[in-house]
Design a protein around this ligand. Structure first.
Ligand code: PGA
Length: 251
């Protein structure tokens, strides 16, 4: 069954104490969110254990923002999927455009990371999205098609059944410029069609595809009303409990 998901990507924001406070505020407001909306928060690595304690017993799930592409060992500075799982993560964001752009995240690394995550029972939230110049050149379908085929088409159907996809146009992330609901729906439908072509209609129809990029309380309702938009991956607005909850209430 395709699930409604609203996930907050905190990126490199908040101290541990601030993150714990934010999580506490969310737990206090969770009853305002419709029961069929799955709330996920993705704090920085340093916050995971503390935040896990705060949200334990609530319906908020924990996600990381990245994971290592190796299982364990001499990889200074890296955090493995089994560490994430032991810290309480049910999800990890993978392939965010900021990681692709600033940290050299490649498709081949992402295939490894996704398979490692799935192997541990941690669900990847796999991000795709085109840059402004790519959209202006009319290449957005080609770019997103390649991002999907280079990574997700390497998975087995069983693996694909546990992946959440996030469409995040790079030009909309943190810019205040949101994709129109028509632009977003068009790409989401395309993504679902591509997944159906490779894995069949059943898996495609069951895959949650989230929109990300300047999603806020004022535009979430229109975006989430689209047929192929199953929720949002929220950056800036996830740092304010009231805004994040208001977005989740938009369903
Ligand atoms: P934004 O970020 O909501 O601040 O645009 C979204 C994201 O990068 O996941």
């Amino acid at each position: 069954m395709r699930r409604k998901i609203v996930a907050g990507n905190w990126k490199m924001n908040t101290t541990v104490a601030e993150g714990v406070d934010l999580a506490k505020s969310l737990v206090a407001k969770i009853k305002e969110v419709p029961s069929d909306v799955n709330l996920i928060i993705a704090p920085p690595f340093t916050h995971l254990v503390s935040v896990a304690q705060v949200i334990s017993g609530s319906k908020i799930a924990l996600s990381a923002q990245n994971c290592a592409d190796e299982i364990k060992g001499a990889y200074t500075g890296e955090v493995s999927v089994s560490m994430l799982k032991s810290a309480g993560c049910a999800y990890t964001i993978l392939g965010h455009s900021e990681r692709r752009e600033y940290y050299g995240e490649t498709s081949s690394k992402l295939v490894k990371k996704i398979k490692l995550a799935l192997n541990e029972g941690v669900m990847p939230i796999f991000c795709v999205g085109e840059k402004l110049e790519e959209r202006n050149a009319g290449k957005h379908f080609v770019i997103i098609g390649a991002q999907l085929s280079e990574v997700l088409f390497e998975l087995t159907p069983e693996e694909m059944a546990h992946v959440v996809i996030a469409y995040e146009p790079v030009w909309a992330i943190g810019t205040g410029v949101t994709a129109t609901s028509e632009q977003a729906q068009e790409i989401h439908a395309f993504i679902r069609k591509e997944i159906a072509g490779r894995f069949g209609d059943s898996i495609a129809n069951d895959t949650s595809i989230l929109y990300g990029g300047s999603c806020k309380p004022s535009n979430a309702k229109e975006l989430f009303a689209c047929k192929d938009i199953d929720g949002g991956l929220i950056g800036g607005a996830a740092l304010k409990a009231d805004d994040f909850i208001a977005i989740a209430q938009s369903y």
